[in-house]
Design a protein around this ligand. Structure first.
Ligand code: TRP
Length: 452
């Protein structure tokens, strides 16, 4: 088979590490707490988990099946499996989503680098939540350092992507993920033992359904897709590097469970501390950057902890940025028939340009507003809630209706030991339930509250 000639993952653990590395990132540690906080806490968490199971896993399965069966990048995969149709446009939307996501993601990944330096310099020490908030705002509103850090992120991401799949992506992710979990658990323990933390746990785990709007439902769906890295072909691309001997279903479960546990742990890390430290007014993208330094101050060994923590968050972000860049690079390389080097250069530079605009929208460009959102806010909102949601919708429709159940199951059951009934259930969800559910959320939001 021609696809066997491509670079690829070498083992099941390698696939899980890379895909879980893609899934686990700022989406869990930075975005999940802030979006959950803005959308009412407990009820949002429940909807989020519901969407991970009902939509996330089926879309993930679909992407892996499409990717492995075609052995091609996000656009090429649709061209191969549905020649002569317009389905490749779904892949194109995915490439656009990768551009937009990586642009604002690079901003936040850059912030984590600044925070590593600040942690080293012990600059959180003795500051109140208000002071920590001010220093976050001053930093993000400045020009030179945030842009510099973002460039460092982009260059590092490009450098890993240049090395290819097995030597680059797979190697880095295998080692770091377990270490990150250990550290997060330690921070959780400190956060829940702070006096006054109970209110935070209540906020996270006690659903208050009166806070639920259509938009909140859409955002839970978008966050589920964002966190699992589905809806734009990242896992089509990774799927094309997965060998036939690897069972897809078990892989998907492992990824979804890991990702969800880390998101919930991040919530436990942030909300009890937020309430205990009296920073209730701290919301938005600054949430973890303000709350966590407060926790480090109050824990034994907090100085060292803070340093290691931000280093690991940065590395978790990096295993996600590489998956985003790989989507674009794989496409450029295969479709435009250019070398990996050229493809990486073009992609990295062009995404960086958009990225700088996102970064500066906290400072110099903060006056630019569209739909009441800054460039950064718009990129974040549009990518997760619109591009990924519609991407996921088209991917399940493609798999359920165009590819069809028998081909889906044929690919999904390779090397898979689970009861075939499970695959049938998933095929049913892909064909009927997921499209209807995603469609209902999108249409409901659009007609009742307006999509933006
Ligand atoms: N899932 C990653 C996170 O939670 C972000 C990410 C990486 C992503 N690759 C993606 C999101 C592809 C959507 C699609 O941090």
């Amino acid at each position: 088979m021609s696809s066997q000639k491509r670079d690829g993952f070498t083992s099941k653990f390698g696939v899980i590490a890379a895909a879980a590395g893609s899934a686990v990132g700022l989406g869990n540690i930075w975005r999940f707490p802030y979006i959950t906080g803005e959308n009412g806490g407990g009820a949002f968490l429940l909807m989020y988990i519901f969407f991970v199971v009902l939509i996330g896993i089926p879309v993930m399965m679909s992407e892996f099946v499409i990717g492995r069966r075609s052995g091609s990048n996000a656009i090429g995969a649709f061209r191969k499996l549905a020649p002569g149709t317009s389905w490749w446009l779904v892949g194109l939307m995915g490439i656009i989503a990768a551009f937009v996501i990586l642009a604002f993601y690079g901003t936040v990944a850059g912030w984590t680098l600044e925070y590593i330096v600040q942690a080293f310099q012990n600059s959180f020490s003795g500051k109140s939540q208000t002071e920590l908030g001010d220093s976050f705002n001053n930093f993000t509103a400045s020009t030179f350092r945030p842009v510099l850090w973002q460039m460092v992120v982009m260059v590092l991401t490009g450098a890993i992507i240049l090395r290819g799949v097995s030597k680059g992506i797979e190697k880095v992710t295998k080692i770091l993920m377990p270490l990150l979990v250990v550290l997060i658990i330690a921070v959780c323990i400190r956060s829940v033992t702070l006096p006054g933390s109970a209110k935070g746990l209540e906020f996270l785990f006690k659903p208050d359904f009166s806070k639920i709007t259509f938009k909140a439902v859409l955002m839970a769906l978008g966050q589920a897709a964002f966190s699992l890295s589905v809806g734009m072909g990242a896992l089509i691309t990774y799927g094309s590097y997965v060998k036939k001997e690897i069972p897809l279903l078990g892989t998907c479960f492992s990824i979804a469970v890991t990702d969800t546990i880390i998101a919930i742990l991040s919530g436990i890390m942030v909300f009890p501390a937020l309430f205990a430290l009296g920073g209730e007014s701290v919301g938005g993208p600054g949430l973890v950057f303000v709350t966590l330094p407060g926790v480090f101050q109050s824990m034994p060994g907090g100085y060292v902890f803070g340093i290691i923590f931000f280093i690991l968050v940065f590395l978790a972000a990096l295993t996600s940025t590489i998956s985003l860049l790989e989507v674009v690079v794989a496409y450029f390389k295969e479709d435009l028939k250019i070398s990996r080097l050229k493809a990486t250069l073009i992609a990295t530079v062009s995404i960086s340009v958009l990225g700088v605009l996102c970064t500066l929208s906290f400072g110099k460009l903060s006056y630019i507003k569209l739909f009441d959102k800054t460039i950064f806010g718009l990129a974040d909102y549009v990518s997760a809630n619109i591009l990924l949601t519609f991407g996921a919708l088209f991917i399940v429709i493609f798999t359920g209706w165009y590819l069809g159940k028998s081909k889906f199951i044929e690919e999904a059951k390779l090397a898979c030991k689970v009861n075939p009934v499970v695959l049938n259930v998933i095929a049913f969800i892909i064909k009927w339930i997921a499209p209807i559910a995603i469609g209902a959320v999108a249409i409901g939001t659009f007609f009742i509250e307006g999509l933006m």
